[in-house]
Design a protein around this ligand. Structure first.
Ligand code: S3P
Length: 173
């Protein structure tokens, strides 16, 4: 049995959909940002501020590897940037059914609302503009990591979860 991994930009709903999918599938849920925070005792924003993005990416790589190595099939919500790393891409592709939760930058920015304050990549920029830039930059990485894509614009969580669970079944694991 493989893991179910969710990838996509900040605000795509990876944690919300992931938790709901885990409940439906009766699997444990992990979030790579939370794994990093648990292992360091620091918030993601603090790690960025004190040690820089490169250090965060190192810690994130360990978190992805740990989650992928779990013998128990998990639902894994990946941080929005996890798929830009080649090691993460390979691990996720081989140990999980990877679903890309896709949303337009307008919808992502609206969903995040004031939640951009604990997201270091968006804090000091115009969120809509930065999400548009990241969407263009990361599209190829998301596409090449994902086994399936689920569009989330204008849809409620339960419908998205249903599609995600169907994609897991389609992955044949
Ligand atoms: C990031 C996304 C965040 C977090 C960090 C960097 C990114 O996770 O890992 O702020 O590079 O897109 P979420 O996608 O869960 O917000």
């Amino acid at each position: 049995m493989k893991h179910l991994a969710l990838i996509g930009l900040m605000g795509a709903g990876k944690s919300t959909v992931g938790r709901a999918a885990a409940a439906r599938l009766q699997r444990p849920f992990v979030d790579t940002d939370e794994l990093v925070e648990a292992s360091t005792g620091k918030r993601v924003a603090e790690i960025f501020a004190e040690h820089g993005e490169a250090k965060f990416r190192e810690l994130e790589r360990v978190a992805v590897a740990d989650a992928c190595a779990s013998p128990e099939p998990l639902v894994i919500a990946c941080g929005g940037g996890a798929a830009i790393d080649a090691d993460n891409r390979n691990r996720l592709r081989s140990s999980a059914c990877v679903v890309w939760l896709r949303a337009s930058p307008d919808v992502l920015a609206a969903r995040l609302g004031t939640g951009t304050s604990d997201r270091p990549l968006l804090r000091s920029r115009d969120p809509r503009e930065e999400l548009g830039r990241l969407a263009a930059l990361r599209q190829g990485a998301y596409e090449s990591t994902a086994h399936a894509t689920v569009d989330t614009d204008g849809r409620d969580i339960d419908d998205v979860v249903t599609d995600v669970v169907e994609e897991l079944e389609r992955c044949g694991v």
